[in-house]
Design a protein around this ligand. Structure first.
Ligand SMILES: [Fe+2]
Ligand SMILES: [Fe+2]
Ligand SMILES: [Fe+2]
Ligand SMILES: [Fe+2]
Length: 414
């Protein structure tokens, strides 16, 4: 691929690697694993994020195949789906076997915090920005709950070392108060015809990342014997279900399968291009470069298929220019401001309102009473840490921005 300036990168004008050149051997797919002590925290988060994107690419194409009657389209997506699966294996295979599931989980929640914060900061649409800020505070709290669990396990890495002190670890919106009625997880959708290109890409990124977090917790909760840890993955897994519902409801539902197929490939090009630019580990950078070249090939073939089947050029709905690259970077100040201003919010239908503005007979309180009856794992984990170590585990650069969360022996619910 020709080297181009960021602003002038237009994936539609690149040929990329031909699809019939993209199949890799088993040894190509099982290359190196990063060193968990040495890896840059944002290299880890880029790997976790791209694994989620590739899982989404494969699952999307399976869903599309099930809804497609044209055998030609079915075969075409089977070909590129096989490549997406190989890419997913190559990406997730960079995570070393000696990084524990809980250590990796800290990386997942760091992805959720810093990726969502970047998207919110670069989001021109105020409703979308509000939707991102809202759920950001919940993943921020998940990071704190899992970090307290990890800190009680011997022989594991310190949570602040995993996040590289680039992300703070302290209470956000307490997980116990995040459980809302399912009808309050549906937002207002965007309109692809009027949305800014960055808005389309941001929401696709967050949906895929949250969906992968949901999938991950769905499958690892039963890998533990400790009832608090099993419970913590179960409880937070249910919030990730809310988050996927929340974020996917922002997508434009009028997009056809064919349109979504082209958008998915464009989106993969966008992210590999972004991560290739910022990657500090040369071995990982090589993977991002290779995968970008492959995705450009996927995009070409998706565009050709679209033109043939729909008789139109996808250039009409794709952005004329690639928006600013999504960047993993520290968002400490931004997250602090959002915690301070929005920690007390909940959702009422598609709106975000202070929890104390809800009438007592709101479905939120009934749902809370049902799921939080008895022990609440996200509260138990902090109580256990306080009883063992006299206070909770945190990594803070300054006192907590909300005064009621400053007492490190207390475990408030709201
Ligand atoms: Fe891919
Ligand atoms: Fe989370
Ligand atoms: Fe989440
Ligand atoms: Fe792709």
């Amino acid at each position: 691929m020709a080297k181009k300036k960021l602003s002038s990168f237009n994936p539609l004008q690149e040929k990329g690697m031909a699809l019939d050149k993209q199949t890799r051997s088993w040894s190509d797919l099982t290359g190196f694993q990063y060193d968990k002590q040495e890896v840059h925290p944002y290299t880890r988060t880029r790997i976790i994020a791209m694994n989620g994107i590739e899982v989404d690419a494969a699952i999307f194409k399976h869903m599309m195949a099930r809804m497609t009657t044209d055998p030609e389209v079915k075969k075409a997506i089977a070909v590129s789906r096989r490549i997406e699966q190989q890419q997913q294996k190559a990406v997730s295979g960079m995570i070393p076997g000696n990084e524990t599931t809980l250590e990796n989980t800290i990386g997942y929640e760091q992805v959720a915090v810093d990726l969502t914060a970047w998207c919110a900061r670069h989001e021109p649409d105020s409703y979308l920005r509000q939707a991102y800020d809202f759920a950001l505070l919940e993943d921020f709290d998940h990071l704190y709950r899992y970090a307290n669990m990890l800190d009680m396990q011997s022989g594991t890495m310190k949570p602040e070392h995993i996040v590289g002190k680039l992300t703070e670890i302290m209470p956000g919106r307490p997980t116990v108060s995040e459980h809302r009625h399912p009808m309050d997880s549906i937002c207002r959708p965007m309109d692809i015809k009027t949305a800014a290109p960055i808005s389309l890409l941001n929401v696709m990124t967050i949906v895929a990342a949250e969906q992968q977090t949901m999938n991950f917790y769905m499958n690892v909760a039963n890998r533990y014997e400790d009832p608090i840890l099993r419970g913590l993955y179960t409880e937070i897994g249910m919030i990730e279900e809310q988050h996927v519902s929340h974020y996917e409801s922002l997508l434009d539902p009028s997009c056809s399968w064919m349109m979504c197929m082209v958008m998915h490939e464009y989106h993969e090009c966008y992210l590999y291009h972004a991560f290739m630019q910022q990657e500090v580990d040369p071995r990982v950078k090589k993977i991002w470069e290779l995968h970008l070249d492959m995705e450009l090939g996927h995009l070409q073939s998706a565009v050709e298929l679209y033109k043939k089947i729909e008789g139109e050029d996808p250039a009409e709905f794709l952005p004329a220019e690639m928006p600013d690259p999504l960047t993993f970077e520290s968002n400490i100040e931004y997250v602090r401001q959002v915690v301070e201003a929005q920690v007390q919010l909940t959702a009422d239908g598609a709106d975000f309102v202070p929890v104390d503005s809800l009438p007592r007979d709101h479905r939120f309180f009934a749902y809370q009473a049902e799921v939080n009856a008895g022990m609440v794992p996200s509260q138990e984990v902090i109580k256990k840490h306080v009883s063992k170590h006299k206070q909770d585990y945190r990594f803070e650069t300054a006192p907590h921005p909300v005064s009621r969360f400053q007492d490190r022996k207390d475990v408030p619910e709201y």
